[in-house]
Design a protein around this ligand. Structure first.
Ligand code: FPP
Length: 240
């Protein structure tokens, strides 16, 4: 199985999973957390170096207040319960997004977990929280403009690399594979810059039902794709 160096996932369908069973949506999210645990473990076991999960979008703040606070609660509990396992498995936690909007106690447990796992090297787990790609791009442009105004950066020195290194994802390679569950075929404002050459994989399976076997299906499909980065198929064959 060809293993992507960086796998990004849009975990969609928790709400529908619950609604199909006439359960409150939050139970779908709760099952979604169990899937997160299983998929993180499996990615680590398979040797994925970077795993990035879209856990809460900038737009998700507009959901009903009780759903937002339940999601924040699940996130805090998840972080508290996973620390030992992250340390055992050599997993480093990273966060991208406008984290200043998150509730104080969630920020605190995030900061602690990031700090405690900073020395881990086996896999980087990045949670996108209060994340929207346009928001990330705007914050980045603003930061570069400020540096230019302050005389620390010449505008003509801004290129692909400068920009890449100023994004929230600065230390991460671009994703090789993006998986989205639940049958929606959209990017939904996720990693717009970073996904330029990423292979996209969509499955109808809802996130709470996304199992190790489903992950293997996605990886098998990834293995069948030829990544050309703008070259011809023949050029790519030659370079191998
Ligand atoms: C999409 O389902 C999922 C989310 C908005 C949140 C994802 C969150 C989790 C899996 C749990 C918390 C995360 C971590 C990392 C502990 P949806 O509610 O949009 O589903 P729907 O489209 O069927 O309504």
């Amino acid at each position: 199985m060809r293993i992507p160096c960086h796998l990004a996932i849009i975990m969609d369908g928790n709400g529908r999973w619950a609604e199909k069973r006439r359960l409150p949506r939050i139970l779908g999210h709760r099952r979604g957390v169990e899937t997160v645990q299983e998929i993180v473990r499996e990615c680590r076991a398979l040797g994925v170096r970077y795993l990035t999960l879209y856990a809460f979008s900038s737009e998700n703040w507009r959901r009903p207040e009780d759903e937002v606070s339940a999601l924040m609660g699940l996130l805090g509990n998840y972080l508290r319960s996973e620390l030992t396992s992250m340390l055992e498995q050599g997993i480093r936690l990273k966060v991208i997004g406008e984290t200043t909007r998150l509730p104080g106690e969630v920020r605190q447990v995030l900061e602690e977990t990031v700090a405690r796992t900073a020395g881990n090297r086996e896999m980087t787990l990045t949670l996108a929280l209060s994340y929207g790609a346009r928001n990330e791009l705007v914050r980045t442009a603003r930061r570069l403009a400020e540096a230019a105004l302050a005389g620390r950066l010449a505008p003509e020195a801004i290129d692909d690399q400068t920009f890449t290194e100023a994004l929230d994802t600065a230390e991460l390679p671009d994703p090789d594979l993006l998986v989205r569950t639940s049958g929606e075929m959209r990017i939904s404002n996720f990693l717009l810059w970073q996904l330029a050459y990423t292979e996209l994989y969509f499955t109808d399976v809802l996130w709470p039902d996304f199992s190790r076997q489903e992950l293997h299906q996605a990886l098998l499909e990834f293995g069948r794709r030829q990544r050309r980065f703008g070259l011809t198929g023949a050029q790519v064959e030659e370079s191998h």
